[in-house]
Each structure stands twice: as structure tokens, then as C-alpha cells.
Design a protein around this ligand. Structure first.
Ligand code: ZN
Length: 202
């Protein structure tokens, strides 16, 4: 499956001059929500991700996603695996299970995101689950930005926050270059970077 082609067709790979949440600049931005806008595409992507996880003999009874970006991917992955779907959300900055969601002690959980960049939110989500006694058996994402080591993919680097002892599954690596603001070659041409998500199709 050509994930990049699917993302391109869905206009989920934006090109321009973007300000990332890390403060760095990039000429590309992945907008997974656009790929998931079509439920059939979402289903196809999640089924491929579920296949990778099954083939690794990893079983869980619940998929948990960090809100907001991970919810659709997590829900579709849970559907493909035939398990429960829950999500954590930030309350005063802290990832928390709300809405009556819970995991039982020893329950096996997969944490799923739409995109893993450094894995910060996914790691916080995992900690919220572990506080309930749940066991994180895998991390999963539709796309990997290239900073984290995924099963069968790139080696990642030290900016990855995911625990190294838990497998991470993703459909593809999207290793676009990023620039620190003082060395960004795009600033000269494009001026101020755009914060992705602040404008439709920015
Ligand atoms: Zn720039």
C-alpha cells in the first residue's frame, strides 16, 4: 500500500512554510485528518495497521488514543482489531481518562495516534493508562514523522519520547527536513511560517 500516494490524494500532505509545535520550521506538514475525512480511506489505513500488529502476535483488548488528533485513527484501529476504543484528553494540561472510560488492572492496551512526531502525547497517554494498572503492549500510528524507531522502518533519533522497550507500528515514515528558526532557508522566501491547523488547507 502506497501511504504517501493516499495522503497526497487526500491533500493530507501540505507544502509551504510551517511552524511546528516544537518551534522548528518545515516545508511540509502532515494533516492526517484530511486522509481520515473519507471513512473508507480511514478503514483501509486502519486495517493495514491492524494487520501489522496481528502479524507481530500482539493482542490487546482496548485501543487508547490521545485526543484530539488520535481519536479517529484509534477508533478505526479498534474496529479493525475488534476491541474497545477509548481516548485520553488533557485536563489542565494533564492527559486524563474521562467520560467513564477505564481500563482494568493488567489489561493490555495499544496506544494509537494519527501521526507520531516525537511521541510526546502518546507517551503521556500511556502514563495515564498505566496509572490504572493497564499494560501498554504497543504504540501505533498511521504515519511516523521519522523521529521514532518503528518496527520495519527508520531507526529514529534521540528526540523520540516513546519507550524503547515497547514496539511501535506505523504504516510509513515521512522524514521531511525540519529547520531551527535561525537557520530556516524557507524564511527568506516565505516570511513568517504558518501554524498548521490555524487555517484550512494552509
Ligand atoms: Zn522558516
Amino acid at each position: 500500500m502506497d501511504i504517501e500516494a493516499i495522503y497526497k490524494k487526500a491533500n493530507a500532505i501540505l507544502s509551504g512554510h510551517f511552524l511546528l509545535s516544537s518551534g522548528n520550521h518545515s516545508g511540509y506538514y502532515l494533516q492526517s485528518a484530511k486522509a481520515l475525512e473519507d471513512p473508507k480511506t480511514a478503514e483501509t489505513l486502519a486495517a493495514a495497521l491492524a494487520k501489522l500488529i496481528r502479524e507481530a502476535n500482539i493482542a490487546a483488548s482496548v485501543v487508547c488514543a490521545p485526543a484530539l488528533g488520535g481519536i479517529l485513527a484509534g477508533y478505526e484501529l479498534a474496529r479493525a482489531l475488534g476491541v474497545r476504543s477509548i481516548f485520553t484528553e488533557r485536563v489542565e494540561g494533564k492527559m486524563t481518562l474521562r467520560r467513564g472510560f477505564a481500563v482494568s488492572k493488567g489489561e493490555k492496551v495499544i496506544v494509537c495516534e494519527d501521526i507520531i512526531t516525537t511521541g510526546g502525547s502518546a507517551t503521556e497517554c500511556a502514563k495515564a493508562i498505566e496509572a490504572f494498572g493497564g499494560e501498554i503492549v504497543a504504540f501505533a500510528a498511521l504515519a511516523n514523522r521519522g523521529f521514532c524507531r518503528r518496527v520495519g522502518g527508520v531507526a529514529g533519533d534521540s528526540s523520540c519520547k516513546l519507550p524503547s522497550d515497547t514496539p511501535f507500528f506505523a504504516l510509513a515514515d515521512f522524514s521531511f527536513p525540519i529547520y531551527s528558526p535561525d537557520r530556516c532557508p524557507l524564511c527568506a522566501t516565505y516570511g513568517k511560517p504558518v501554524k498548521p491547523g490555524s487555517r484550512a488547507n494552509a
